[in-house]
Write a protein of this length. Structure first.
Ligand code: HSE
Length: 415
């Protein structure tokens, strides 16, 4: 018998209970022993539930119960989750979590603490919900040198962009619809401003390269400024706009990491990852590209990943799974201004569209024109290749000094 406790009975926590109760026999078979939930920590009361008697409001009930060997943290947010998880690991309890804020901010520290105490700290559900991605990167692809990862890591923004692309819905209307359908929080800022995707790409980068990357060190752009005009230009170019979390290992030993809306070619495997789905492409030297696709959020998909970690934990009570992130050396992250890429620019001048493009092509030699239907007066779209952020910024300043406004700039992905 393995005794566990669940911290938080929200969407994910209640899903964990549901999965454990509805799949008891198969889970017992796979774990090779029965998994029993002894305590559920939540400040709310759920008298109607068949397991109502197992609720507690006092974390010490969990911490001081010697029978509890695994604690499942589904509270979300940094505190009090961080304090509770740390105390569990300090008191001989392995931890399984779905909490991406916690793993992105404290992963290295909690993995080290787990290692010191010969315990497990597992977090498959923290990225990609029900999509297996943590274990594939840390175990199944371990024979590869991973060079790059690119992913659509946020379902809320992918739903909004899909509505903008397919139904020409404006950003605000699409966001409202996402909220009505329960795909977006009442406060959607972490999603639409890219912070959620940033936490997830930081976790994947830390796993792939064994060095903890912190979200506050990563360049993050969201999708709030993306317009239907940009969507139309992406289509004329031959693709779609997606919010991409991307990390690459550079030849200089640094990583280039960012979250930004990007033009993605229709030929890319990520182009058809639509609605609330997530898609993650991992580029390994032996495997080539491997793509993971599925539901990146939601009660049962996320709970499925959590319970799989619990089973793994039960099976590895005495043999710890060694996962360890070093702390980054200074300069581990390439300065954003030095990262080279291809870009789409939308510009507008006082004269004709041809004049606006000519001016842009003079400042940006090699620029290629992209024409959309219903171009506004004086507006031109163009793409430029192989330029650093710093060089591009210099060119944009020159253009604006010459009377051509840059209405938007969007990266073009090579995935
Ligand atoms: N809002 C997030 C998403 C939830 O849509 O991906 C899962 O992290």
């Amino acid at each position: 018998m393995a005794d566990i406790a669940v911290l938080g009975h929200g969407v994910v926590g209640s899903g964990v209970l549901e999965v454990l109760l509805t799949h008891t026999d198969s889970i017992t078979r796979r774990a090779k022993e029965e998994i029993r939930v002894r305590h559920i920590l939540d400040l709310r009361e759920f008298p109607e539930l068949p397991y109502a008697g197992r609720f507690t409001k006092d974390f010490n009930t969990v911490l001081n119960d010697p029978e509890v060997t695994i604690v499942v943290e589904c509270m979300g947010g940094l505190e009090p989750a961080y304090t509770f998880v740390r105390q569990c690991l300090e008191n001989g309890k392995s931890v399984v979590t779905s909490n991406k804020e916690l793993v992105a901010a404290k992963g290295a520290e909690l993995l080290a603490l787990a290692q010191r105490n010969n315990l497990n700290f597992l977090f498959e559900a923290s990225v990609g919900g029900g999509i297996p991605i943590i274990r594939p990167i840390s175990q199944c692809l371990a024979a590869n040198e991973v060079s790059e990862i690119a992913g659509i890591l946020n379902g809320t923004t992918n739903f909004i962009l899909t509505k903008m692309i397919r139904e020409h819905m404006g950003f605000e209307e699409a966001l409202k619809l996402a909220q009505e359908l329960g795909y977006a929080e009442r406060d959607p800022s972490a999603d639409v401003e890219g912070a959620d995707a940033c936490r997830k790409i930081c976790i994947l980068a830390s796993l792939a390269f064994g060095t903890h990357v912190y979200p506050e060190d990563v360049h993050t752009e969201g999708i709030t400024r993306i317009t239907l005009e940009d969507v139309a230009y992406a289509s004329a170019w031959g693709g779609v706009i997606k919010l991409i979390g991307q990390v690459s290992m550079l030849e200089n030993g640094r990583i280039a990491i960012m979250v930004a809306p990007m033009f993605i070619s229709r030929d890319s495997q990520l182009a058809n990852v639509d609605d609330v789905f997530n898609g993650i492409l991992v580029r390994g030297d032996a495997t080539g590209d491997v793509v993971f696709y599925g539901k990146g959020a939601g009660k049962l998909p996320t709970a499925s990943a959590v319970v799989a970690d619990v089973i793994d934990c039960v099976k590895h009570m005495k043999a710890r799974k060694y996962l360890f992130w070093e702390d980054a050396k200074p300069d581990y992250i390439e300065p954003f201004e030095s990262i080279t890429g291809d870009f789409f620019l939308r510009v507008q001048g006082e004269g004709s569209s041809d004049e606006a493009f000519a001016m842009a092509a003079w400042v940006l030699p090699g620029a290629a024109r992209i024409v959309r239907r219903e171009e506004a007066p004086g507006e031109a779209g163009l793409s430029v290749e192989n330029i650093t952020e710093a060089q591009l910024k210099g060119c944009i300043d020159k253009l604006e000094a010459g009377g051509v406004r840059v209405l938007d700039r969007i990266r073009i992905s090579d995935f």
